[in-house]
Design a protein around this ligand. Sequence first.
Ligand SMILES: Nc1nc2c(ncn2[C@@H]2O[C@H](COP(=O)(O)OP(=O)(O)OP(=O)(O)O)[C@@H](O)[C@H]2O)c(=O)[nH]1
Length: 340
Amino acid sequence: MDSIIEITNNRDSDEFGISIVATIAELIPSCSVCLFQYNEFPFASYKSIVTLSVKKDDEGIKQFQWNIDVPQDTHEYLDKNIDHLLKLTVYQSSQGVHHVFIPILIEGKIEYAIDISSEERFSNKLDSILAITKVCENFYAILAHSEKDSLTGLFNRRTYDLKLNQLIKKQYYNKKYGESVENEKREKGKAGATWLAVIDIDLFKQVNDKFGHIYGDEVLLTLSQLMNHSFRQNDLLFRFGGEEFVIILEPISDNDVVKLLESFRAKVSQHKFPMVGKITVSIGFAKVADSVHPKSIFDNADKALYYAKEAGRNKVCNYEQLVASGDIFEHEEEGDIELF
Ligand SMILES: Nc1nc2c(ncn2[C@@H]2O[C@H](COP(=O)(O)OP(=O)(O)OP(=O)(O)O)[C@@H](O)[C@H]2O)c(=O)[nH]1
């Protein structure tokens, strides 16, 4: 009961996922628990969100290890059965490891999944595990309503503040306390900075005026789908309000971020939107640095967006570059930065 109270106290899907995984791991003496997010685009796949391994040491005390690699046999099973994993499945891998795979459905659609594996049988715990995943299903549905924009399914404005603060906090602590982000990036083959981009549809008022709000909404929906297709799984996509969208881009180099955003701009300008035909977007982007106040990061990208609009629209502009070239003035920080 305490666990249920604790897990439902979370107001963020990432923290909630961690609580669920920890609660399940408490039930089984020795196991690995992996929580996945299911993605339909650009192809069906499971992305691991949280992993935890529990083993008893020589004195019988449970040792917890977070962020382990997803076990190879789990990967193999998911890859092989990607299209058939709609209900709870108990399976044993070729290495003899016992698994249970539990899909988590929201409004009938698979959104998350949990895979639990152990060298020992744990079928006597299945009822408790199922009860927890039922809570999980209901609670994820509630969180989805509060975190997502109802028209596009992207994260909403409220979630933006939370996610950006979490990201800046993580960058700050990584930098301050050893476990350097650089090492992490090097390991994962990533390099470069995190970026924030603001995307705004050009002359959207004309679309509404000419075709009506229904077709205007259709443009917003199609644009969000193009965003889902164009950016990477870990990039965070938000509908910020009206016809304005925000993307927080995972670490990527200065050159690559320009290429990525330019290619998105071009893709939108070539797309044929139902009834409306062609539209364009303007994009402003800026670096997410822990020395810059979260509010200023958005303002910086927004300044670059404003510049793109003034320069004729259908353009991608970088705040830092515009400051360096003297085309816009640097944003003045309002007092000290007090993040946490
Ligand atoms: N269909 C639809 N329209 C919306 C929504 N939210 C905001 N809008 C419309 O978006 C339009 C925004 O217009 P403006 O801010 O004048 O900007 P614009 O016409 O896009 O021009 P520029 O940004 O300067 O290129 C307004 O007509 C709003 O009514 C929505 O949820 N659905």
